[in-house]
Design a protein around this ligand. Structure first.
Ligand SMILES: Nc1ncnc2c1ncn2[C@@H]1O[C@H](COP(=O)(O)OP(=O)(O)OP(=O)(O)O)[C@@H](O)[C@H]1O
Ligand code: SF4
Ligand SMILES: [Mg+2]
Length: 337
């Protein structure tokens, strides 16, 4: 549960991120707003290309530029504006107050250095520890993320470790500076189901121990159900629903969220990209309709939907938020009209 409902750790407001492409400018996130409170785990879900990774990268000031650019909005972390922050200031926050882990740990680990070298470097740089102290601290951290015989493993190279072990090393590195926010982008997608469950359990355990908030970006609604307290559903660069896990699974209000849930025959068959989900296709970001982006696929669409973009309902302390002209009723009783 969140510690403090009133003061968000992270507050993203009306964030607009654009990419210049050969065919024109695409808006990868269009006016997205959400808060993350201390100690909570929030899932960001949605189909491929809807803007999940770009959102995570923007929080760390890592949007590749060019071609990407934040053209509007605000990202406040512990009250401090991150949009436009100088790179040397951002570097102090990145990997220290906010960490990110990715699907493929080999992209973050340097193959020519041992695990120990990579970890001690981070600890010496950010904490001013001596090499000896940093090594002891790294061994302790490796033990915490569930790596057996950490005093031996620390002298191995990334290629000597299994995929699951590499992911754990990356988590250990991400946590070595005691971040307040961990952004995990598909951290377990590349792992087999058993290892996936173990790594997720480890993240949950460490989240409680380190008192950090976790933003879990995933295609996998099962992972969200098991790990998160709240979910942000994205569609085509916009947030369509921001709700508790309980509500998402029992009473989704946005027709897209409902479509996702309805398309899951059972929670075990759950990868969005593998499911024959909602009929129709996601519109091309270069040729968006004037109204709701989901209109062509929505069973509730009417004229208003085709003309006006629905905006997210206002934030309340506990309220669910939905961006739809005709959302399903808030009670599990069924459609509103
Ligand atoms: N380097 C880039 N150059 C041009 N456009 C980009 C770039 N990175 C992202 N985009 C645009 O931003 C959109 C969102 O990309 P993003 O990687 O955030 O999607 P995602 O939701 O993480 O998808 P996936 O589930 O496949 O990882 C893409 O559809 C694409 O149009
Ligand atoms: S705004 Fe209209 S088209 Fe869009 S999801 Fe809601 S009902 Fe469907
Ligand atoms: Mg992604």
């Amino acid at each position: 549960m969140a510690d403090n409902k009133e003061t968000p750790l992270l507050s993203v407001q009306n964030l607009i991120i654009e990419f210049a492409t050969e065919n024109g400018v695409v808006r990868a996130t269009d006016n997205i707003s959400f808060d993350i409170f201390p100690n909570e785990t929030v899932g960001i879900v949605g189909e491929s290309g809807c803007g999940k990774t770009v959102t995570g990268l923007s929080i760390l000031g890592l949007i590749p530029s060019p071609p990407g650019r934040i053209v509007g909005g605000s990202i406040k972390f512990m009250g401090r504006e991150l949009v436009g922050l100088a790179e040397n200031e951002m570097r102090k926050i990145r990997g220290c107050r906010i960490s990110m882990i990715f699907q493929e740990p080999m992209t973050a680990l340097n193959p020519v250095f041992t695990v120990g070298n990579q970890m001690t470097d981070v600890l010496m740089r950010h904490h001013g520890l001596t090499r000896r102290q940093a090594r002891d601290s790294a061994i302790e951290m490796l033990a915490k993320v569930g790596i057996p015989a950490p005093a031996k493993r620390i002298d191995e190279y990334p290629h000597q470790l299994s995929g699951g072990m590499r992911q754990r090393v990356m988590i250990a590195m991400a946590l070595s500076c005691d971040p307040k926010l961990l952004i995990a982008d598909e951290p377990t997608t590349a792992l087999d189901v058993t290892t996936q469950a173990q790594v997720l359990e480890q993240i949950s355990k460490l989240q409680a121990e380190f008192h950090m908030a976790v933003v879990l970006i995933t295609h996998d609604l099962g992972v969200v159900a098991e790990t998160c307290r709240r979910a942000i559903v994205m569609y085509c660069g916009r947030i369509v629903e921001n709700t508790s896990i309980e509500h998402l699974f029992t009473n989704p209000r946005h027709p897209y969220a409902k479509g996702l849930l309805d398309s899951i025959p059972q929670i075990r068959s759950r990868r969005l990209e593998e499911l024959p989900i909602i009929p129709g296709r996601v519109p091309d970001l270069l040729h968006l309709p004037p109204g709701c982006r989901f209109a062509a696929r929505c069973p509730r669409a009417d004229e208003l939907c085709n003309e006006q973009i629905p905006t997210l309902s206002p934030a309340g302390t506990h309220a669910d938020r939905v961006a739809c002209h005709h959302p399903y009723a808030a009670e599990p009783a069924g459609p509103a009209s």
